[in-house]
Design a protein. Structure first.
Length: 408
């Protein structure tokens, strides 16, 4: 008999205690090689593809898609590759439309979470699956099917409810009555909820805002979009604001800090790792641009486009989410004028951009139509006083009002 290797959920480097199984790339009976993709798991705010550390044949999937499992929990059992003939493929029963039974001496591969075991002679009609059965013998030498594992094809969960008792719902949703739908809290939503609660009940928030004439910044964006040297580079008001934030941090470095509760110290970071809040199909992501403070406008444009596109494509890595020092969130994309955002812990500040709107504005004693935007900042009042927060916000606003050559 070949050795059976059990692959357990590893710690992917985020210090997390659990993960959600998103997609299996293999099924029982598949042959896998080392580094073949086995399963996608969702941890924190990223989806990680786990490769196989073993070569062989898949014997059992211990968990199903949508399950939440702790680090160290078995994910899959693989019969290690050996000499030909040691691992026999599942036998096909003639005329059974694809039903399979284990060969003699082969371990049963029926998954408990996706099967129900009942006496073979007492299988009620309403519980009979519509697809082929997978039969697992439990009699002498596993030859006599005293009990039967009933499983739908490809590991789909067995329906234990009579027809009509629980109408089909989208994956992950359950209904108690016609008046409501209950959605399990897991994955990105669970992590976001835990993070926001920790932030709101740990850091005393204070918020400030200012409305600024950003006509010059809007014109800068339009000019760069027409510039051939910037062809292929994504230029936007968010990019210009990110650059002004980076420049403002140079003059107000104490804003780029965090509170270390364990050592009772304020930690001021030398490098700006600028977090960008991104709305994605899976929920809110906040990847950060490493070393944003030392980047040129063009370099920052490339970094911004990279993290945003990978966030929307679900291709972020755990490292993209770690080490942020200050966050920028653009609520203006949703057409709102402003917000008082919650801090992304352990950061000391987060800035929100409102929608750019044309308004009557007084310029040199004359009323003109100008492009204006509301900026707001939320701070951790344990380490950022109102004066420091206001000074930083005002510096960002001044740069947006008159970007000049400083942004280039």
């Amino acid at each position: 008999m070949p050795d059976v290797e059990v692959f357990r959920l590893p710690d992917v480097g985020e210090g997390l205690t659990e993960a959600d199984v998103v997609t299996w790339h293999v099924k029982v009976g598949d042959a896998v090689a080392i580094n073949d993709a086995l399963v996608d798991v969702e941890t924190a705010k990223s989806v990680v593809e786990l490769p196989s550390p073993y070569a062989g044949v898949v014997l059992e999937l211990h968990v199903g898609e949508g399950d939440t499992v702790p680090v160290g929990h078995p994910l899959i059992s693989i019969a290690a590759a050996a000499t030909p003939g040691q691992v026999a493929p599942p036998a096909v029963v003639p005329g059974s439309e694809g039903a399979v039974v284990p060969t003699a001496g082969e371990p049963a591969a029926a998954e408990e979470a996706a099967a129900e075991e009942v006496p073979a002679e007492k299988v009620p009609a309403e519980k009979a699956p519509k697809g082929p059965l997978i039969l697992v013998g439990t009699g002498p030498k596993e030859a006599v099917p005293r009990r039967v594992h009933l499983r739908r094809p490809e590991g789909e969960p067995f329906d234990r409810h009579p027809p009509g008792e629980n109408a089909a719902l989208p994956t992950g949703q359950t209904a108690t009555d016609a008046a409501e739908t209950r959605i399990p809290i897991k994955g990105v939503r669970k992590v976001t909820a835990e993070t926001m609660v920790r932030s709101a009940f740990t850091a005393p928030h204070a918020s400030m805002w200012t409305t600024v004439d950003v006509t010059a910044s809007v014109r800068l964006v339009e000019r760069l979009k027409r510039d051939r040297e910037w062809s292929g580079v994504r230029v936007s008001p968010l990019l210009v604001t990110a650059r002004t934030v980076a420049l403002a941090v140079r003059e107000v470095p104490d804003i780029n800090a965090s509170w270390d509760d364990a050592t009772q110290e304020i930690v001021v970071r030398r490098d700006l790792n600028l977090g960008i809040a991104a709305a994605t199909p899976r929920g809110l992501m906040v990847p950060n641009i490493k070393g944003a403070g030392s980047m040129s406008l063009r370099e920052l444009a490339m970094g911004l486009d990279d993290v945003v596109q990978r966030a929307r494509a679900g291709a972020l890595e755990p490292a993209d989410m770690r080490g942020g020092t200050l966050t920028l969130t653009n609520v203006g994309t949703f057409g709102v004028e402003g917000a008082t955002p919650i801090l992304n812990p352990p950061e000391a500040a987060i800035i929100a951009l409102g929608a750019i709107q044309q308004r009557p504005w007084v310029v040199d004693g004359q009323v003109e139509v100008r492009d204006v935007m509301t900026l707001s900042i939320s701070i951790d009042h344990r380490l950022v006083d109102g004066e420091l927060g206001a000074t930083f916000l005002r510096k960002v606003a001044m740069l947006l009002h008159d970007p000049g050559l400083a942004l280039l």
